[in-house]
Design a protein around this ligand. Structure first.
Ligand SMILES: Nc1ncnc2c1ncn2[C@@H]1O[C@H](COP(=O)(O)OP(=O)(O)O)[C@@H](O)[C@H]1O
Ligand SMILES: [Mg+2]
Length: 287
């Protein structure tokens, strides 16, 4: 099968006044069409950097990124959904969802039909004329998802989209996202700091190392679909979470140590660093 996305030996070094920051080092990843791939890794390991490169809003400094050619309708290759929603506050919900279609000069009547259709899919048909400030966090994120999908991208890139939501809303949104995804199976790259969320959603879960980010291991998630929150209580689900966590926690600890070392060096307090190291090994927690 042709790969939807193929990332080969990709590296990224940021240039800063203090020198180069190696964010990603030798990342290789092949994603087949229609796969829901989740990526987990400690904070600062380069997850957002990787997604931004795939979205074409950041460049890589080495290696190769190839995405399958898009069809002649000139659909955009990717659409991105962030934690911060990124809605235009001066536009109504409907106008927000129509934004990408407008940019592509889709006729107004068609734009409205498409946007209304996606608003209905995310359960917000009644709120077409509302403004973002009138919506809850969960509703805003639904608008952001509808806006991304209305563009009919080949690849959906999601960067911790539900991280700011409360647990109940997050669970609801996960199920809703799966329901929408199962209807047309777009290729999804989904970054999350919640391992449980990754196992709940993904066909595979990729674990990244502490910075410089590399792919440490990729786990197939062979849990049946459609998936619902009931899965959380199953043995298979919990076993997968526990296995992957063992791998992830090493990287979380390594990243924490990197952060402390940087602070201690800045402050010239290596004694403090040693005491911190002794005190803290990250306790097992997955959410
Ligand atoms: N524009 C930038 N300039 C310099 N360093 C950056 C920039 N963006 C990110 N970084 C650094 O690159 C590393 C990876 O960042 P990021 O991709 O945001 O990580 P993650 O999303 O995994 O938390 C971090 O150390 C971060 O400080
Ligand atoms: Mg990030």
């Amino acid at each position: 099968m042709t790969a939807e996305i193929s990332i080969l030996h990709v590296g990224k070094t940021y240039t800063t006044p203090q020198g180069g920051v190696v964010a990603l080092d030798d990342i290789s990843l092949v994603v087949p069409p229609g796969e829901f791939l989740c990526i987990v890794g400690p904070s600062g390991c380069g997850k957002s950097t990787l997604l931004r490169m795939l979205a074409g809003i950041s460049s890589h400094t080495s290696g190769e990124i190839n995405c399958r050619a898009v069809d002649e309708r000139q659909r955009p290759l990717t659409a991105m959904v962030f934690q911060e929603y990124g809605l235009f506050p001066w536009r109504t919900v409907l106008d927000n969802v129509m934004f990408g279609l407008e940019m592509r000069n889709v006729a107004r009547r068609e734009r409205i039909v498409i946007a209304q259709d996606y608003l209905a899919k995310v359960g917000l048909a009644q709120f077409a004329r509302a403004y973002p400030h009138q919506l809850s966090g969960g509703m805003k994120q639904r608008v952001a998802i509808a806006r991304a999908l209305a563009n009919d991208p080949a690849i959906l890139l999601m960067d911790e989209p539900f991280a700011a939501l409360d647990a109940q809303t997050r669970y609801l949104m996960q199920e809703e996202l799966l329901r929408i995804w199962e209807a047309d199976r777009k290729t999804v790259l989904y970054i999350t700091h919640s391992l449980e969320e990754a196992v709940m959603l993904g066909d595979r879960v990729a674990v990244m190392t502490a910075r410089p980010g590399r792919i440490k291991q990729i786990y197939p998630i062979d849990l049946p679909r459609p998936r619902t929150q009931a899965l959380r209580t199953s043995v298979a689900f919990n076993q997968l979470v526990a296995t992957i966590w063992e791998d992830l926690v090493e990287e979380v600890n390594a990243a924490q140590l990197q952060e402390w070392t940087a602070i201690a060096e800045q402050k010239g307090r290596t004694g403090w660093l040693n005491s911190q190291q002794r005190k803290t090994r990250v306790k097992v927690s997955t959410d």
